[in-house]
Design a protein around this ligand. Structure first.
Ligand SMILES: *Cc1c(COP(=O)(O)O)cnc(C)c1O
Length: 426
């Protein structure tokens, strides 16, 4: 019997045995005790699986990570303290000083800063390409030292759609994996691994948690990338790790487990960035209803986008689910059941109209957040991109009058009514 995604949302990852807790227990313990020092030694050599310190692994986190891996159709997963940590680990696990990354330019601001500035300070260079670049432009971005390609299924906040198959084919032609941040569609709307992505990341802070309670991240490995076939590019996975008595990750844990085991045992050990078991528990509560919430987010996003696109005071609407949107065709291919609940739009009355609209909203609340059960709204020119003047904003592709509305799961009619009354004051 093939399990459907909704069943995995509810029951995946944790399947209790006889007389065990039905809900995932929170292992609120930093440490584990052992009867013999020899036993512990085996854990430290990665000779035996087991828990000893929560910075490396905790059962609560592992159950929830296993659920997310099942949802994405991957072979292994891990949780991180945030989406930022997930994307950093996903790249840094296979690329370091002297290496190079190709990334879509349509990505989250935090990921852009990470790749363009912070990782550059660590000696790693990144070439950005537009998600609608030509094949020649994409080809030209690669270098002999390129170690991965990075993009977002639906970009936050640009709402561009990544042509996953095309980017995967280019990555694989150069012997490197494609990493896709799948935060906005979630696996309920799109499963990038089915289209050729090798590694999937998430800011679980968004739809997965869904209730604005816990910052977190996740990484899932498809198990499809053959590290040994490109051993010269990925020595960290294919040659002995002296910090673990010379273990070779691909040899010991196979293609299905090497990447996540290395990220856990090396990066978590040295850099920390764990998700707390308490947060993992909250995250799991969110996951249990993800398949029920996403269709309502999408329904509201679609209805709001269609309403706004007909409104005389609205200058433009960006929403990949909207017919006529430049990304509509790709959205239909990769997300036939809908995209997400986030809609961006601008006003004929310019920036002042945007500000007036925002303050007149009653149900939608101003917050630096997206993908929450409660509808929230942000004016990037006044918040996340505040340091830029109007000319700089235009250059960054953020119109000064652009508002980003993240539709929650309230009743559609009430959301539209709120937008309608706010637009009347503009
Ligand atoms: C929010 C977000 C991140 C960063 O996640 P945090 O949990 O805030 O660290 C990364 N990618 C995307 C697409 C996001 O929306």
């Amino acid at each position: 019997m093939t399990e459907h995604i909704g069943t995995t949302c509810v029951q995946g990852g944790y399947r209790p045995g006889d007389a065990e807790p039905r809900q995932i227990p929170i292992y609120q313990s930093t440490t584990w005790k052992y009867d013999t020092s020899e036993h512990m030694g085996k854990l430290f050599d990665l000779d035996e699986a087991g828990y000893f310190y929560t910075r490396l692994q905790n059962p609560t986190n592992d159950y929830v990570a296993a659920k997310i891996a099942e949802l994405e159709g991957g072979t292994a997963g891990m949780l991180t303290s945030s989406g930022q940590a997930a994307n950093f680990f996903a790249v840094f696990n296979i690329a370091g000083a002297g290496d190079h990354v190709v990334a879509s330019s349509a990505i989250y601001g935090g990921s852009y800063n990470l790749l363009a500035h912070t990782m550059r300070r660590m000696g790693l260079e990144c070439t950005f390409v537009s998600p609608d670049c030509t094949d020649e432009e994409l080809e030209r971005a690669f270098r002999p030292n390129t170690k991965c390609v990075f993009g977002e299924t639906i970009a936050n906040p640009a709402l561009d759609v990544l042509d996953i198959e095309r980017f995967a084919a280019a990555a694989h032609a150069h012997g490197v994996p494609l990493i896709v941040d799948n935060t906005f569609p979630t696996p309920v709307m799109c499963r990038p691994i089915e289209w050729g992505a090798d590694i999937v990341t998430h800011s679980t802070t968004k739809y997965m948690d869904g209730h604005g309670t816990a910052v977190g991240g996740a990484i899932v490995d498809s198990g499809n990338f053959d590290w040994d076939a490109h051993a010269d590019k990925f020595p960290g996975l294919t040659t002995p790790d002296e910090t673990y008595h010379g273990v070779v990750y691909t040899e010991k844990f196979g293609q299905a487990g090497a990447y996540i085991t290395k990220a856990t045992s090396q990066l978590m050990r040295d850099l920390g960035s764990i998700q707390s078991p308490q947060h993992a528990f909250y995250l799991n509560l969110g996951l249990e209803s993800l398949h029920v919430r996403m269709p309502q987010h999408v329904k509201n996003g679609q209805a709001v986008a269609e309403y706004l696109s007909q409104h005389p005071k609205i200058r433009f609407v960006k929403y990949p689910g909207l017919e006529g949107d430049p990304w509509h065709e790709l959205a239909q291919k990769y997300m036939p059941n809908g995209t997400c609940g986030v809609v961006s739009f601008g006003f004929n009355g310019g920036r002042a109209a945007a500000e007036q609209f925002m303050k007149s909203l009653k149900l939608a609340q101003i917050a630096t957040h997206v993908a929450d059960a409660r509808t929230c709204v942000l004016h990037p020119a006044n918040a996340t991109h505040r340091q830029m003047n109007d000319a700089e904003l235009e250059a960054a592709g953020i119109a000064p009058d652009m508002v980003r509305l993240s539709c929650g799961i309230e009743t559609t009619e009430d959301l539209i009514a709120d937008i309608e009354q706010a637009l009347e004051t503009v």
